[in-house]
Design a protein around this ligand. Structure first.
Ligand code: PEP
Length: 252
């Protein structure tokens, strides 16, 4: 059966010292919480991975990078490879976030290369998809999401797909304070699961964790997570305070 996951995405926030402090607070809160109904992952900047890995119990708190290069290694100044990420002890990488697609021109083809390198280096992938407000209003968002998934993931075998977590993040809800209603999110999650079933069959589709992201906070997490196809959240702003993040983790 699929796992519930609550994953933080710190984006470009915190110094190393602040990040280590935040990671310690999350780690302590997770340890103190006892049996949780979800896995907990924190997504941190590249510069923080090694120090944060030292500050947490990786068995209890998963560690994710927020990106990795689409090249294996070599003369790519400023890039960080999937092998480098894995060598820090991180076990996840977030790929395809709308901010990277929009501001860094990450195309489906580039993302496909990143997906392959991440898997080759043993990383699990939190793969983001989601439509803009224009597409939502035009009613064409399902076709758009289908293409995002198909173009970067559907070359994978069913076995490889077991390492993929999908995050549905409507762009209009990210960092805006506007959350998709639980019914809007559930509708898209159910649609994504049925699309996965068409390609990979019911078992793979039912085993795939699908997270919701977009202004998720302690006050709305419970309603969202109560939906049958919402298996947790990818959390931006509310992952920067341990108490808020834990308020979402314990919403399950
Ligand atoms: C995100 O960017 O992944 C995200 C969900 O951000 P926020 O929670 O701040 O909307």
């Amino acid at each position: 059966m699929r796992k519930n996951i609550v994953a933080g995405n710190w984006k470009m926030n915190t110094t190393v010292a602040e990040g280590v402090q935040l990671a310690k607070e999350v780690n302590e809160a997770v340890a103190a919480a006892g049996e949780l109904k979800c896995d907990v992952v924190i997504g941190v900047p590249f510069t923080h991975l090694t120090a944060v890995k030292e500050a947490i119990d990786i068995e209890k708190v998963g560690l994710s990078a927020e990106n990795c290069a689409n090249k294996e290694k070599g003369a790519y100044t400023g890039e960080v490879s999937a092998a480098m990420v894995a060598s820090t002890g991180a076990n996840y990488v977030i790929l395809g976030h709308s901010e990277r697609r929009e501001y860094y021109n990450e195309t489906p083809e580039i993302l496909k290369e990143k997906v392959d390198l991440a898997l080759a280096n043993g990383l699990k992938i939190i793969f983001c998809c989601g439509e803009s407000l224009e597409l939502r209003e035009a009613g064409t968002y399902e076709e758009f999401i289908k293409a995002e998934l198909k173009d970067s993931l559907f070359h994978l075998s069913a076995e490889e797909f077991a390492n993929i977590v999908i995050a549905y993040e409507p762009i209009w809800a990210i960092g805006t304070g506007v959350t998709a209603t639980s019914d809007q999110a559930e509708e898209v999650h159910a649609f994504i699961r049925s699309f996965l079933a068409e390609k990979y069959g019911e078992t793979v589709a039912n085993d795939t964790t699908i997270l919701y992201g977009g202004s998720c906070k302690p006050s709305n997490a419970q309603e969202l997570f109560a939906k049958p196809n919402i298996d947790g959240g990818l959390i931006g702003g509310a992952s920067l305070k341990a108490a808020d993040f834990m308020g979402i983790v314990t919403a399950f």
